[in-house]
Design a protein around this ligand. Structure first.
Ligand SMILES: Cc1cc2nc3c(=O)[nH]c(=O)nc-3n(C[C@H](O)[C@H](O)[C@H](O)COP(=O)(O)O)c2cc1C
Length: 382
């Protein structure tokens, strides 16, 4: 079939799938469009690049089941605050209930106003969620990844190893398979914390946290970097300092210090894409695998992140919009979001990959277009 033939089928599929998105839509895309959406997160192959970022949308087993049924590629569990064997939490200020959360328009996009808190139930309950996620992961239904906020010391202080030890071992036991896949959250709220005012302090955290965690278990580690309150150069310095992680999630939300809240929307993706575009792939000994996050609301935006090195993406706000904002008429929010992200005939992922084929920016290999070919060469998984 020709490029224009594929476009005609796309308009039909978009209409048809408004009522029901097939769970294995990635196979359908491969058969019908000869497009291979295979992506990667933390070294694991994914059927397509779209996952859910850590937050209020992955707090219980029911949400994970719904997401697995919708065909989401992965979900990062809500961030838990690390603790030691007696339950002390140095970052305990974050382990409180989020009372105010509002989805609203910001500039030409959406943001969820959020103070940025962590898991507010017991660590024991979190381990039960990790086991539920592990079972779905083993069944090949959806990759579920725990997320932790561990102690971050002042420059002249040591890391509280007791928290790193207890929390990492407990998660590894619950995961019961090696390696444990884990995200370390550096949190947008840190941008509002006086501790984050020190550049040297932040760089030390990024350099030393991987070894702090890995001392206690076989962990494949993603570090979710915040947008610090410094310039773009510093974002690049942060990436460099964090290069011993296995993956970097780039970059968590901006911080509005006047209102004391973290926010997203177009300002977030503008900044993230601007910083990522400045990386020089292959120049330094290695930028780890990248997972994009921030104001992703279309396949076109997924391609923007992929073209700057991201082999997967993590969305939150787009999975939280009022139902009437999605063109699909049936299905869970996750299904409706995936439907528009993949199949929308102008800005969906398939449409934009076909558009790139037409302009010669993306070529078929073995008769197929490949999502991972959107990445610059030096970032492609081997
Ligand atoms: C309500 C809410 C809660 C969130 N909670 C967490 C969290 O616990 N840990 C974390 O690493 N990121 C958290 N995030 C950040 C999201 O995972 C995501 O990276 C960020 O919002 C940018 O993506 P988006 O523009 O698609 O929302 C949260 C975001 C929102 C809106």
């Amino acid at each position: 079939m020709s490029n224009s033939g594929f476009r005609a089928s796309l308009a039909e599929d978009f209409e048809r799938f408004k009522r029901e998105l097939p769970r294995d839509f990635a196979s359908h895309v491969r058969e019908a469009y000869h497009i291979d959406l295979t992506a990667e997160y933390l070294g694991r192959p994914l059927p397509h690049p779209i996952g859910k970022g850590s937050g209020q949308l992955s707090l219980n087993g029911g949400q994970l089941e719904t997401d697995a049924q919708a065909g989401l590629a992965f979900a990062v569990l809500k961030t838990v605050i690390a603790q030691d064997a007696v339950g002390d939490q140095s970052m305990g200020a974050w382990a409180i209930h989020e009372s105010k959360m509002k989805v609203e328009r910001r500039a030409a996009g959406w943001t969820v106003t959020w103070k940025g808190r962590g898991w507010d139930r017991s660590f024991h309950d979190y381990l039960a969620l990790v086991r539920a996620g592990r079972d779905l992961t083993r069944a090949g239904a959806l990759l579920a990844i725990p997320s932790v906020k561990y102690h971050l010391p002042h420059l002249d202080e040591p890391f509280r190893d007791s928290e790193y030890a207890f929390t990492t071992r407990a998660l590894a036991d619950a995961w019961a398979e090696t390696p444990l896949l884990l995200e370390k959250d550096f949190s947008p709220t840190l941008a509002g914390d006086h501790l984050s005012d020190e550049k040297a302090q932040i760089l030390r955290w990024l350099r030393e946290v991987p070894q702090q965690i890995r001392a206690h278990a076989d962990v494949r580690l993603a570090m979710k970097l915040m947008n610090a309150r410094f310039d773009d150069d510093f974002q690049l310095e942060m990436m460099d300092a964090a290069s011993s992680a296995d993956a970097l999630v780039v970059f968590n939300r901006l911080f509005d210090s006047a209102q004391g809240v973290a926010y997203g929307g177009p300002e977030l993706s503008d900044r993230n894409l601007r910083v990522l575009a400045r990386l020089t792939p292959g120049a330094s000994p290695g930028i780890p695998e990248l997972s994009g996050t921030g104001n992703i609301h279309s396949g076109r935006m997924i391609v923007e992140y992929a073209a700057r090195g991201c082999s997967s993406v993590q969305l939150h706000t787009f999975f939280q919009l009022p139902l009437e904002e999605y063109p699909a008429t049936h299905g869970s929010r996750t299904q409706r979001a995936l439907h528009v992200l993949i199949f929308e005939p102008h800005d969906g992922l398939i449409a934009v990959m076909l558009e790139r084929e037409k302009t010669g920016a993306l070529e078929r290999r073995g008769g197929e277009l490949h999502f991972l070919d959107l990445l610059p060469h030096a970032y492609r998984p081997r």
